[in-house]
Write a protein that binds this ligand. Structure first.
Ligand SMILES: [Zn+2]
Length: 253
């Protein structure tokens, strides 16, 4: 594989991502929370920034963009439906579209915001889901409905088990503590509870878990299971009702 994913920590708990294409000597940036760490990563690798893909309009995903573009002018891609509140776009894209010679699929991912999109790179087995599906959790419903986030996550659930999920924040510890209430796979929970402190001690990222691992731990991918419905206090309820209840309990946790 000529491509490599570099995870860049920004701000308090954000992640940005560089997909390095060694064959072309270029890189694709996913989100721009903060210029400094991203510029340093570009300097260190010597890569030419080929493009920036934006997942959604929140400040902690776009605030570093202008400064990055001064040093690395390149086209910016974002959802056409949100063009009015995103930084100026060179390519207003739409869910279902394919980018970068067909190597990247744009997924509609509303729920956290209405215009949120995710970027799937099938050959890299990587989904950049930002604040939709997150490590052991999902994003807060600022604009969308539980139904929208439920449908978003159902679309991701159809991806292959070995797909790595790159979310926009390091909320893994808090999300895992919460997920433990909803009958996760006991062995997977124990393993991850042991792993997270090690990652934290070494300053390693918590994002990039596989969909298979999330299916064992993430309550939003497990809302259809009877034991999860019982744990949520809604035995016999639909997967959507259980999903909405879990999200509601997290908001009030
Ligand atoms: Zn956000």
């Amino acid at each position: 594989m000529a491509e490599r994913i570099e995870i860049i920590r920004c701000l308090q708990d954000n992640y940005a991502f560089l997909i390095h294409d060694a064959a072309r000597g270029e890189a694709t940036l996913i989100d721009a929370p903060e210029a400094g760490p991203i510029l340093r990563a570009l300097d260190a690798s010597g890569a030419k920034l080929a493009r920036v893909l934006i997942t959604h309009h929140h400040a902690d995903h776009v605030d570093g963009l202008a400064e990055i573009l001064v040093r690395h002018p390149c086209p910016v891609f974002g959802n056409a439906a949100d063009a009015h509140r995103l930084p100026p776009l060179d390519h207003a894209i739409s869910p279902g579209e394919k980018l970068i010679d067909g190597t990247c699929e744009v997924f509609d991912a509303p729920g956290h915001t209405i215009g949120h999109v995710a970027f799937h790179f099938p050959a890299l087995k990587a989904l950049f889901s930002a604040d939709s599906l997150m490590t052991h959790g999902c994003g807060r419903l600022f604009e969308g409905s539980a139904q929208q986030m439920f449908d978003t996550i159902a679309r991701f659930a159809a991806l292959p088990d070995d797909t790595q999920i790159y979310s926009g924040h390091d909320y893994a510890k808090a999300n895992l503590d919460f997920a433990a209430r909803f009958a996760p796979d006991a062995q997977a929970l124990e393993a991850r509870q042991a792993e997270l402190p090690r990652l934290a001690a070494e300053g390693l990222p918590t994002t990039g878990t596989t969909l298979a691992s999330e299916r064992n731990l993430n309550p939003y991918l497990r809302a259809h299971l009877p034991e999860v419905a019982r744990a949520a206090g809604l035995p016999g309820a639909s997967a959507l009702e259980v999903f909405a209840e879990i999200r509601n309990q997290k908001d009030n946790a």
